[in-house]
Design a protein around this ligand. Structure first.
Ligand code: APR
Ligand code: MG
Ligand code: MG
Length: 198
């Protein structure tokens, strides 16, 4: 386990902590941008009400619901779909960065991260529901966005996406997941990361 991370049991044992659960939903795809650049995977993030990019999910109260039930509830509000989440989808738990607005109050925030692979058609259905029936659409969630995994001739794509502002540790959750789930070649990711800092 990487430093700063907590096991699920350690995280739940923190009685004074607040908890938030977020998920990266993704699928494979054979579609191509401009008919020639492979898109490879559809990865969903969201533009939040605060102008920051993040993953769908939110605050959960483990004394009233399981982490997964809370995440499922948040997803129904933010995405407008019933998407039961399970313990197997859990990837890691860690303390939110000290600079996070939610960690400036007395109780520390622990963020739990999940990843779920879906079929392409299911992901498209989530996008349709998030833009139409979701309760939070236009309020807490300004819109869903896909992560561009490619680099265009002009150098745009993933590097430009990574240069935006992200909530909490959403950027590192994304970068770590791209590697961990083999969604991009490590050299390609490294190039985009270097380019995003310029
Ligand atoms: N990594 C780390 N922390 C995160 C991440 C992330 N990927 N995403 C969100 N957070 C932190 C943020 O600080 C955020 O305020 O977790 C907190 C809760 O997540 P949200 O998704 O914002 O919670 P949600 O329950 O959907 O919305 C509640 O309404 O009252 C406002 O500001 C309040 O953000 C809160 C929102
Ligand atoms: Mg919410
Ligand atoms: Mg939320």
């Amino acid at each position: 386990m990487a430093s700063g991370q907590l096991s699920r049991a350690e995280a739940l044992a923190c009685s004074g902590c607040r908890h938030a659960c977020h998920v990266m939903l993704y699928s494979d795809t054979k579609t191509q941008l401009f008919g020639r650049i492979p898109i490879r995977h559809i990865i969903l993030m969201q533009m939040r009400f605060d102008g920051l990019l993040g993953f769908p999910g939110g605050l959960v109260n483990p004394s009233k619901e399981t982490l997964e039930a809370g995440l499922t509830r948040e997803l129904s509000e933010e995405l407008g779909v019933a998407l039961p989440m399970s313990v197997e989808d859990h990837v890691d738990s860690c303390y939110a960065p000290a600079s996070s607005p939610s960690s400036s109050t007395s109780s520390r925030l622990i963020t739990h991260f999940y990843v779920k692979k879906m079929e392409e058609e299911q992901i498209r259905e989530v996008e349709r529901a998030a833009a139409s029936t979701a309760k939070d659409h236009g309020h807490e969630v300004l819109g869903m966005v896909r992560v561009p995994l490619y680099t265009t001739k002009g150098g745009g794509g993933l590097s430009s996406f990574l240069s935006h502002s992200f909530i909490g540790n959403a950027r590192s959750q994304l970068v770590d997941s791209l590697l961990h789930f083999n969604l991009i070649a490590p050299q390609e990711l490294q190039k985009a990361l270097t380019q995003s800092l310029k």
